[in-house]
Design a binder for this molecule. Sequence first.
Ligand code: ADP
Length: 421
Amino acid sequence: MIPGILVLNTFWWASKSQLESDNTLRNYTILNTTSFAAGILNNMNQTSKVQAMVDSLIAEDSSIQELTVYKYDGMYLNPLASNLPEQLKYRLSDLDSIPAWQSKSTTFSFAGTAKDGKEVRTGNVTFPILDSNQNSLGLIVSVYTFADSDARQVNTFNLSIIILFAAVTIIVLLLVNYLRLIESSVSLDKLREVDKMKDDFISMASHELRTPLTAIKGFASMLLEGRGASFDESGRHYLEVIMGSTTGLEGLVNEMLDVSRIEQGRLEFRFEPIPVSHAVQQVVDQLQFPANEKGLSLVHQPLDPDLNLNLDASRFRQILFNIIGNAVKYTEAGSVTVSYTQTAKLLTIQVQDTGIGMSEEDAKKLFSKFYRIKTEKTKEITGTGLGLWITKQLIEKMHGHIQLTSKVGEGSVFLISFPKV
Ligand code: ADP
C-alpha cells in the first residue's frame, strides 16, 4: 500500500505542479503584453518607434516567438510592426473571427508548434489596444514559447520518478526483509516446539527404559552369582554378554536423563565440602582394572588430604569418571597421570595422557553435544559423544572451568579448575 500511495502522490504532485506552472506562464504573458500595450498606446502613429519597442522587447525576452502590432484603419487591421518580417505583408480583414477584437478583452490560448523537429507548447495572447473611451485602435498578437519551462518541468518530473523508484525499491526491500524476519521467527518458534517435544520424549523414554533395564540387570547378576539356577560355561558367557550390554545401555539412559535434566534446568546440586584427593583416589582405584587390562600405568599424584572443595559429591565423581575414564579409553599405550596445581583462589586437577590426542579443530568442537572424533583409531571405540558435554555443564554449574590442550599422536591434557573454599 505504501509504494502505491507514493506513486499516486508523485503523479498528483506532478499534475498539480504542471497546472500551477501553466497558470504562472499565462499570467506572465498577459501581464507582459499589457505593459507593452501601455507603452505603445500613445505612439501608434510612429511606426518606427513601435518597431523599435517591439525589437527591444524581443531582445529582452527570449521566450517571445512572435510580437506583431496591428493598427485599425476603420475597416481592417494593418500590420504596424513585428519581429517577423513576413507578418508585415498581411492585414487582418476577417475581424469577426477574432474573439479578442469582438469582446474588446484579452484572450489567451495554449497551442503547439514544431521546433527543431520537436513539438513545443506555446501561449498565444491576443490583446486589443483601446483608448480611454474604449475605442479600438489596434491589436497586439504575441506568441510565447514554453520550451524552457516545459523542459524544466520534465526534468523535475524525471527526477521525482527516480526518487520515487529508489524509495519504492527501499520500501520493497524492507518489506521483503520484514517478511523474512517473520518467517524465520515462525520457524524458530516451530523449532523450539520440536526441540521441546524432543526433550520431553528423551526424558519420558529414558525414565521408561530405566525400570526394565534395572530389573534385567538385577536378575542377570543374580543368575551369574548362581542364585536361582545353575548354568554351564556357555550359559554363563551369555549371561555376561547380557550384563555387559545392560551396563552399556544403563550408561546411555543415564546420560540421556542428564542431558534432559540439564536442558530443562532440573538439575539439582547438594554442595558440601569434599576431600578432593580422596575422591580422585577412589575413581582412580576403580579405573585401575581397565587401565591394567590395556597395559597402561594410571598414576595419581595425591594432594594434601585435608584440602576440601565445595562440590556435589556424586556429580564430582561423574566428572572424574568421564575425564579419567576417557583418558584410559583413548590411550593405546603409555600412561595416564592425575596431578594438581593451585593458586590462592583456584585448585586445578590435571589429567594427562599419552593417548591418540586430537587436532586443534576437533579440540574446539569437543564439548559440543554428540560430538565424536571420527578417525581410524576411534572407529572401534564405542561412545555417545555426550559425556564431555555433560561434564562441561556440570563443572560450570559448580562454578568451575574446563580447558584442554592436545596434539594428534602425542596425548591430551584436561585441566579442571574449581574455586577453593
Ligand atoms: P564418548 O567418549 O562417549 O564418545 P565424550 O563426550 O566423552 O563421548 O567424548 C567425545 C569425544 O572426544 C570422544 O568420542 C573422543 O573422540 C574424544 N576424546 C575425549 N577424551 C579424549 C582423550 N583423552 N584423548 C583423545 N580423545 C578424546
